[in-house]
Each structure stands twice: as structure tokens, then as C-alpha cells.
Design a protein around this ligand. Structure first.
Ligand SMILES: [Zn+2]
Length: 116
């Protein structure tokens, strides 16, 4: 285990509203989708895990673990991590078409060139 992704668990509808609010205030949006109904919002109450970037060839994985009737998002390494190496995991966003695509700049040989 490397770190837990902390934040506030929100219903999907609330998360969408909060995302719009943060964007209108030019704030960073840090959210992690647990499933189709729930999202962890780390934008205001989250820890350092929210700053872990995406990579198409990551050195960590994010797992959602059921814990005492709730959820925990655990970031674990999937290989040995060298001193000073940046942590990253695959965000596994759903694929979208058109203007909502997010370019990937992870720079790995296996880069898919897009995050979603
Ligand atoms: Zn990439």
C-alpha cells in the first residue's frame, strides 16, 4: 500500500453539481468514481493521493475496498518504485468522443494518447 485516496463520498448528482461549481470558481477538480452511483470528492477535503497523475503504464493501481459498510480507495504499487520516481496509476476513465477527450501526456511507450 502506498496511500489512501481520501475525500467525501457523494451521490452522482451531487458530484456533478459540485464539479460545475468548482469549475465556475476556477478551482481544481479532484474526484474518483467508485461506481455508477458514488464519487469521492477530494477537491476540498482530500489528501495527497489526489495529486497522483494518470499514466498508461502506471507503477500503481487504485482499488476500491469495502470497509465497515463504506469504501476505501487504496493506491498500491504494482512493481518496485525507485527513489524519486513519480507515482501514477491508470485513471480508467470511460472512453468518450469529440471535444470531451482528454489528451494523455504520460510519455510512456504504451501511451494511448488519451485518458478517456
Ligand atoms: Zn499515456
Amino acid at each position: 500500500m502506498v496511500i489512501e485516496y481520501n475525500g467525501t463520498v457523494l451521490r452522482n448528482e451531487v458530484a456533478i453539481k459540485k464539479q460545475r461549481t468548482y469549475k465556475s470558481q476556477n478551482r481544481g477538480v479532484f474526484m474518483f468514481r467508485i461506481d455508477s452511483e458514488r464519487v469521492v470528492d477530494a477537491s476540498q477535503t482530500g489528501g495527497l493521493a489526489r495529486y497522483i497523475n494518470h499514466s498508461c503504464a502506471p507503477n500503481c493501481v487504485a482499488e476500491v475496498v469495502t470497509f465497515e459498510r463504506g469504501y476505501k480507495i487504496i493506491i498500491t504499487s504494482n512493481r518496485r518504485i525507485e527513489k524519486g520516481e513519480e507515482l501514477c496509476f491508470d485513471y480508467q476513465f470511460d472512453c468518450v468522443d469529440g471535444q470531451h477527450k482528454i489528451a494523455c501526456h504520460c510519455g510512456t511507450a504504451d501511451c494511448r494518447k488519451r485518458i478517456n
